[in-house]
Design a protein around this ligand. Structure first.
Ligand code: HDE
Length: 699
């Protein structure tokens, strides 16, 4: 973990408590000499009311839970910093953190949306990507998601939407899933949701890692400069490791094998010094260009295609410190879209306007009163001086006679500032009071079509499979049919392919498709050529070639790839020939292929014989192959690939050979060529071997 110091870190230090070298006391500081037995009348008699220690201990325990977030309950967070590249944005905003180049402390919380606090990480869902910037001008919260649009246009529908996606009321089933009747009932009756539904059915909903996920502010916000001029802005986070996803079958299995998969990945990466990094980009639109688009900039179900308004990089964010305490920090952090600093303002996006109400309100119930901004993680590093007083959990001892404005008794303080204040953008507003959606919000299909058109064939196959899975779980046939009818208005081929899998009629083909594409929308269209951040399993048993493994692990490590040696049992592996014993990192039965990005079978006749007799090892290889992962073997390790049914051609010489993402060489031990690791790294950088045909592989 980083030893970087910053103002937030220093502030938190005042609140940290470490019990090393401490003795047990009550909350009142009275030393406790015995905490295992209650005070009773006789050793077999009733517990006495006067046992203040037992009562305090149990009472505190009884009150340890707070309400979980009504959405985004499950999350993981980390500290880090943001730094602007330069001051180019100063023409558009007075927000210093976007222009100063200084390192600004941040806390980021990633989350799933629908599941409860204890649900699995790898469900099909949107991911939250919320950043709190502790700036000198006050806290700024960018509370975004990993998808750039939302399901609804107006916040008044949010309770309806959330009620529909959450587990169904009679039995609280299913947990953290959209694959059920009420979700599809809702979206099929609210076509404005279709664009986002396309994103949700895409691989974006299955991130390989929080470190490999884009983030979006979603709404159009406004930057405001020193002259008070506004510029529309959309915020984008782009991960340095590239945007990568899991495969749906992997996700479902990981949910059982390691429900903390994404949390753990973030934690481990930071602990090991592989600090995740994102670039912040902005799309800027001049005020007088507001109506230059074929959609409304205030409509949160629309993107501004990057080909139309390019994303300009403005800074980078690095996460380099894990929290000390999940509850105190990750659970108690309170984001609020209305936490803005001078130079950033809202627009009239009706979804954003509702959020500006909701986030403050929800913290009051969740964190138990109006003083939650005093919790250590929420405290600004900017000075705070309000006339607000009292309330549950007040931590500040306010001195002085006055807590009102204007006062003379307190010397007029806190005084009204004349510099650096937040000034609301002075927008001209005129209109009749009316409960009606603007006609400019009424196109529900064009951008869903744009998204579909922009996908590669593989991405389209995944989208079709996702619709078939989700709608296949819907018991009401009319909901299935209604959804497919909407899909027909997005694209006929999409609708026909989905319909064929779920036993409903395809629509009549009258849909049409505008044919436009936005290549930036495709994840696979922008390959990331670095293997960094991936995890490789090396299968081994007693008798393995430990020299070969050591050199491979070292080469992978140099490329920031974590390689772990998995063996049938823990402890040291006896070497097959020359070489020293090698400690196994993990016991095979505690892990699974779905927790790795690739598998390597090491050489060693005895080792491979043992693995061939172990069904888990054979399955490990077959499953990794089925999930389109690079598979590699050296020396006698090739025999395990054959036993697992890997159908591709394997090496016949020591020259490393690659076919269908399978990297092999007959070389053993000290003769393992460097090119073997190099080929494996190239395959890892490709993430998955998308064109491998694995339909018939049983795993
Ligand atoms: Fe949220 N949302 N939201 N949301 N949201 C919450 O706030 C809400 C929306 C997002 O890690 C809640 O503190 C309404 C869009 C994230 O702590 C709550 C509407 C986007 C997080 C709430 C939306 C988001 C939340 C629940 C429609 C992406 C987790 C607990 C008007 C741009 C923040 C809490 C964290 C959390 C309300 C729509 C992102 C109830 C009413 C759009 C990342 O206030």
């Amino acid at each position: 973990m980083s030893d970087r110091d910053d103002a937030k870190h220093e502030q938190l230090e005042r609140f940290r408590s470490d019990h090393r070298d401490a003795v047990l006391t009550t909350q009142q500081g009275v030393r406790v000499g015995h905490t295992d037995d209650s005070l009773t009348a006789g050793t077999r008699g009733p517990t006495l009311l006067e046992d203040f220690h037992a009562r305090e201990k149990i009472t505190h325990f009884d009150h340890e839970r707070i309400p979980e977030r009504v959405v985004h309950a499950r999350g993981a967070g980390a500290y880090g910093y943001f730094e602007a590249y330069d001051d180019t944005l100063s023409a558009h905003t007075t927000a210093e953190f976007l222009t100063s180049g200084e390192k600004i402390p941040v806390f980021v919380r990633f989350s799933t949306v629908a599941g409860s606090r204890g649900s699995a990480d790898t469900v099909r869902d949107v991911r939250g990507f919320a950043t709190k910037f502790y700036t000198r001008q006050g806290n700024y919260d960018l509370v975004g998601n990993n998808m750039p649009v939302f399901f609804i246009q107006d916040g008044i529908k949010f309770p309806d939407f959330v009620h529909a996606v959450k587990p169904e009321p009679p039995n609280e089933i299913p947990q953290a899933q959209s694959a059920h009747d009420t979700f599809w009932d809702f979206v099929s009756l609210q076509p404005e949701s279709l664009h986002m539904v396309m994103w949700l059915m895409s691989d974006r909903a299955l991130p390989r890692s929080y470190r490999m996920m884009q983030g979006f502010g979603v709404h159009t916000f406004r930057l405001v400069n020193a002259e008070g001029r506004g510029t529309f802005v959309k915020f984008h986070w782009k991960p340095v490791l590239g945007t990568h996803s899991l495969i749906w079958d992997e996700c479902q299995k990981i949910a059982g094998k390691d429900p903390d998969f994404n949390r753990r990945d973030l934690w481990d990466a930071i602990e090991s010094g592989q600090y995740p990094e994102w670039e912040l980009g902005v799309q800027l639109v001049a005020e007088d260009a507001e109506h230059d688009f074929d959609f409304d900039l205030l409509d949160p179900t629309k993107i501004i295609p990057e080909e139309q308004v390019p994303v300009q990089p403005v800074g980078r964010m690095v996460l380099d410190r894990n929290p000390d305490n999940f509850f105190a920090e990750t659970e108690q952090i309170a984001f609020h879209t209305a936490n803005v600093v001078p130079g950033i303002d809202f627009t009239n996006d009706p979804l954003l306007q509702a959020r500006n109400f909701s986030y403050l309100d929800t913290q009051l119930i969740r964190l138990g009163g109006p003083n939650f901004a005093q919790l250590p993680v929420n405290r600004p590093i900017a000075d705070v001086a309000t006339d607000q007083r009292d309330g549950y959990g007040q931590q500040t001892v306010h001195k002085g006679q006055t807590s009102y404005f204007r006062n003379s008794l307190g010397g007029g303080c806190p005084a009204i500032a004349d510099r650096g204040v937040f000034r609301h953008y002075t927008e001209a507003v005129d209109g009749r009071k009316i409960r009606e959606r603007s006609p400019s919000f009424k196109d529900f299909y064009s951008q869903a079509t744009l998204f579909w058109n922009s996908m590669t064939d593989v991405e389209r196959q995944h989208i079709v499979a996702a619709f078939r899975f989700e709608l296949g779980k819907v018991t009401d046939r009319s909901i299935r049919a209604r959804t497919v009818e909407h899909l027909g208005r997005i694209d006929n081929d999409l609708a026909a392919r989905v319909a064929a899998g779920i036993g409903v009629e395809a629509p009549d083909g009258a849909g049409g498709n505008h044919g436009r594409r936005s290549p930036a929308l495709s994840q696979l269209g922008q390959p990331n050529l670095s293997p960094s951040g991936r995890k490789v399993a090396v299968l081994a048993a007693d008798g393995v070639d430990t020299i070969g493994i050591r050199s491979l692990v070292e080469q992978l490590g140099a490329a920031e790839v974590v390689a772990e040696v998995l063996a049938p049992s823990d402890g040291e592996l006896a070497p097959g020939g020359a070489g020293d014993p090698l400690p196994a990192d993990r016991q095979l039965s505690t892990m699974a292929s779905v927790l790795y990005d690739a598998v390597v079978v090491a050489c060693g006749p005895d080792s491979v014989e043992r693995l061939r007799a172990d069904g888990m090892a054979v399955h490990f290889v077959a499953e990794a192959y089925k999930h389109l992962k690079p598979v590699a073997a050296f020396g006698t390790g090739l025999d395990l690939l054959r036993q697992a049914g890997v159908p591709d051609e394997l090496a016949e010489s020591t020259e490393p050979f690659v076919a269908g993402g399978v990297v092999t060489t007959t070389a053993a031990a000290d003769e393992l060529p460097d090119a073997f690791a190099a080929h494996l790294l190239t395959q890892l950088a490709g993430h998955r071997v998308w064109h491998r045909d694995t339909e018939a592989i049983p795993a």
